[in-house]
Design a protein around this ligand. Structure first.
Ligand code: RB5
Length: 145
């Protein structure tokens, strides 16, 4: 299983920690950067992660900026992407089970690395339940036309 990862300058350290964490869990990571502390623009990295997931190059995406919000908005603009921006594990888990989210984002300036690992665990270790949620997820995808 492959995970596309992307981040802006505010999240290089967090991305590195989470990258190593998911690799240790057995995932292959496609790292779209950035990998320097030089100021950059989060939309570029959110879009790259979103496109990698939408095209099938990656199974899932994890994108990190200061809040997780900007990079999440960017990834969610890509057709086929359902983003979950999380600060705690419960929502991450339910977003997989009910919403079939395919990109997770969080804020390096909002949560610490241990909370981020818990969120990532809940998100990656839980599967979409289907059933009654299929209709609702299909309705979500109809909105993007
Ligand atoms: C960068 O300063 C910051 O705006 C960005 O990382 C993110 O929080 C945007 O949503």
């Amino acid at each position: 299983m492959k995970i596309a990862m992307g981040n802006d300058h505010s999240a290089v350290e967090m991305k590195t920690v989470i990258r190593e964490y998911v690799e240790a869990k057995g995932y292959e990571v496609i790292d779209f950067g950035t990998n320097t502390g030089e100021s950059c623009d989060y939309p570029e990295y959110g879009e790259k992660v979103g496109r990698a997931v939408a095209s099938g190059e990656a199974d899932y995406g994890i994108a990190i900026c200061g809040t997780g919000i900007g990079i999440g908005i960017a990834a969610g603009k890509v057709k086929g992407i359902r983003v979950c921006t999380c600060s705690e594990p419960y929502s991450a888990r339910l977003s997989r089970m009910h919403n079939n989210t395919n990109v997770l984002t969080f804020g390096a300036r909002v949560i610490g690395t241990e909370m981020a690992k818990m969120i990532v665990d809940e998100w990656l270790d839980n599967a979409y339940e289907g059933g009654r949620h299929d209709r609702r997820v299909a309705q979500l995808m109809e909105i993007e036309g």
